[in-house]
Design a binder for this molecule. Structure first.
Ligand code: ATP
Ligand code: MG
Length: 427
């Protein structure tokens, strides 16, 4: 409200004054692109009280890992990071990294100067020229002071920038504006930007511990993995394949999906678990076969979670999406498990999941053909399952033993950013 008053006041005072047109300057890039500065703002981190330090450290190390190979300087100031790219090409890579970083509310690409009214005004003028703003365009001025010990306040800044804008033929507005200029003043610097980008929000990956994600290669489970990461979970993937050995699964679309997800959480570990021991070891349980298969998968996931020190298991199930995904089946498949099972997509429509998969970048891979273990099983699954029946079947089928043996027969693939380690057995 304050700045609204200021703008009205200044506009009133200048009303009728002839507007100076600055011609011929606009094609030049003011100021030099190489001096760009990126301001990264934390979001929810502020809610974290005494854990704040740990959250910021995790965010910082995720940021550094996402930008591996790029030269840049990183400062931590009050409620934000300040990044200075080492080169123009580095700027693009850093923007790419920031667009995949959980735990930030927004980032601005702009320039820095000394925190004085004269310097800020000069820089604001250069930034407006450099942004290619045209005469008559409507501009909102968004000035903010983090440090209150300076001799001027945000109203003074707004007033200055309004008169600069008007002298350039730009129309300062509070509502119905087309462009926006952001001015932020701290104790040591002032930042001016016309490019504010919304961050992914959420929490820095790793701050909520590890989670085992059951990853099928379909559309849903990569999206579930993304939502787990969004809440600070570092994923460990478990994939069940129907091949005689892991080679074919390791050469399939599954690692490509993992690699896309790794843009949000650098480095990954995937357990490729064979399903043939389960297939050979179970009696023909007919309509319950799919539930038993899920019970088997969840048991393997629980064993992995224990050895990885993970705190929960994530699946891409969504209530009622297919005949087998009913609440009673979900309860039955987790019979006897102690580990928490989280299903981030439970309230999503299929189309919403598809849209999200497209935005994340996994959709194109997910729809490619693949021999999924679930499709080998019963076509007419039970939709209402009585837990007692499943309890008896789970005991009869010696599922726990099959899970242990299958995990032993699995292959682990670790990938660091930009390279893959040799597959190895567990233990
Ligand atoms: P998705 O698109 O994730 O495959 P879906 O709608 O096809 O899900 P299901 O095939 O019933 O549904 O699988 C439900 C969930 O079970 C998956 O989201 C995934 O978490 C897990 N799952 C299914 N198949 C596998 C597999 N081969 N390996 C690991 N997890 C699996
Ligand atoms: Mg599936």
């Amino acid at each position: 409200m304050q700045s609204q008053k200021t703008q009205q006041h200044v506009r009133g005072r200048n009303r009728g004054a002839g507007l100076r047109r600055i011609k011929g300057e606009r094609s030049q890039a003011y100021p030099a692109a190489k001096n760009k500065v990126i301001t990264v703002r934390f979001g929810e981190l502020w809610l974290r009280g005494k854990n704040r330090g740990a959250y910021i450290n995790m965010l910082r190390s995720n940021l550094i890992r996402l930008m591996a190979g790029e030269r840049f300087a990183l400062e931590y100031g009050y409620d934000r990071f300040i990044i200075r790219p080492g080169s123009d090409s580095g700027l693009e890579a850093i923007k790419g990294g920031l667009s995949h970083l959980f735990g930030i509310s927004s980032y601005e690409i702009g320039y820095a100067t000394e925190p004085s009214l004269a310097r800020i005004s000069r820089l604001a003028r250069e930034v407006l020229l450099g942004a290619g703003i045209r005469e008559g365009e409507k501009l909102r001025i968004n000035a903010h002071r983090t440090y209150k010990g300076l001799s001027f306040n945000s109203m003074d800044i707004t007033r200055e920038v309004i008169s600069i804008a008007e002298s350039m033929g730009i129309d300062p507005q509070i509502r119905d504006y087309g462009r926006e200029i952001f001015i932020n003043v701290t104790k040591d610097s002032a930042y001016v930007s016309m490019e504010r980008i919304k961050g992914l929000g959420g929490l820095p990956v790793g701050t909520s511990g590890k989670g085992v994600v059951l990853l099928s290669g379909g559309i849903d489970s990569p999206v579930a993995a993304w939502y787990a990461m969004k809440r600070g979970i570092k994923p460990v993937y478990v994939h069940f394949h129907g091949f005689p050995n892991a080679g074919e699964a390791i050469a399939s679309k599954v690692p490509r999906i993992v690699s896309i997800l790794s843009a949000y959480s650098p480095g990954s570990r995937v357990y490729y678990v064979p399903s043939h021991l389960f297939q050979a070891g179970t009696l023909k349980s007919g309509r319950f076969e799919l539930i038993l298969l899920k019970a088997f998968m969840l048991r393997v996931a629980e064993l992995v979670a224990k050895s990885e020190d993970a705190e929960a298991i994530f699946t891409g199930e969504s209530l009622g999406q297919v005949a087998s995904q009913t609440a009673s089946n979900m309860l039955a498949e987790q019979y006897g498990l102690k580990m928490q099972i989280l299903r981030p997509l439970v309230g999503f429509d299929k189309q919403e999941i598809i849209n999200k998969a497209m935005a994340i970048g996994t959709y194109e891979e997910s729809i490619k053909p693949y021999r999924d273990v679930c499709s080998i099983n019963a076509r007419n699954p039970a939709t209402r399952t009585d837990v007692a029946t499943i309890a008896r079947l789970i005991k009869d089928e010696r599922i726990q033993g099959l899970a242990r043996r299958s995990l032993k027969a699995s292959t682990i693939v670790d990938s660091q950013q930009g390279g893959r380690e040799t597959p190895h057995p567990p233990g």
